[in-house]
Design a protein around this ligand. Structure first.
Ligand SMILES: [Cu+2]
Length: 174
């Protein structure tokens, strides 16, 4: 009797425990399934959301950016490689150059039309290896590339013309 009376509540408790566990288990499983489903749907949505802007960025921004960079680089390269042509007319007389101050940029192609009036004169820039022929009442084109930065004297090598002031300055800017 005592055992039976003891057994019954224990069994009932065990049954209760079992049913509680079962309910908990069902809740757990349902919860897990729901969690997994929500998670996977969220991941799917995220992927969709992320995929679209990335594609948009690639098509609208990245490709034009690359083109812009390419253009900028080409322009920059062209500015350095494509020499600006500086056409300058200089008159040489007793004992002067007109003008006697020239200014160009590094890399420029300098095309000087040198006209000698009256006596024979020439045009020289030693540092840039520029030497014209001696001209008398004639003109000639002297072309060279300003490949050094600095101030360079140009002068006439005829007689004492240089000492008499037949000089000028070519400035090559960086
Ligand atoms: Cu001279």
């Amino acid at each position: 009797m005592a055992e039976n009376s003891m057994d019954t509540p224990v069994e009932a408790q065990a049954d209760k425990k079992m049913s509680t566990i079962a309910v908990l288990g069902i809740f757990l499983v349902v919860g897990l399934v729901a969690f997994v489903m929500m998670n996977s749907s969220q991941v799917g949505q995220k992927n969709d959301l992320e995929a679209l802007p990335e594609a948009a960025v690639t098509e609208e921004s990245l490709v034009p950016n690359e083109e812009e960079v390419g253009e900028a680089t080409e322009e920059g390269t062209m500015e350095k490689e494509q020499n600006t042509l500086q056409e300058i007319a200089i008159e040489g007389g007793n004992y002067y150059y007109k003008p006697d101050k020239l200014s160009v940029n590094l890399g420029d192609t300098v095309r000087i039309t040198f006209s000698s009036v009256d006596m024979p004169h020439d045009f020289n820039i030693d540092e840039l290896n520029v030497h014209s022929e001696i001209l008398e009442n004639d003109s000639a084109v002297i072309e060279f590339i300003a490949d050094q930065v600095g101030e360079f004297e140009f002068y006439c090598s005829v007689g004492q013309h240089r000492q008499l002031g037949m000089i000028g300055t070519l400035t090559v800017n960086e």
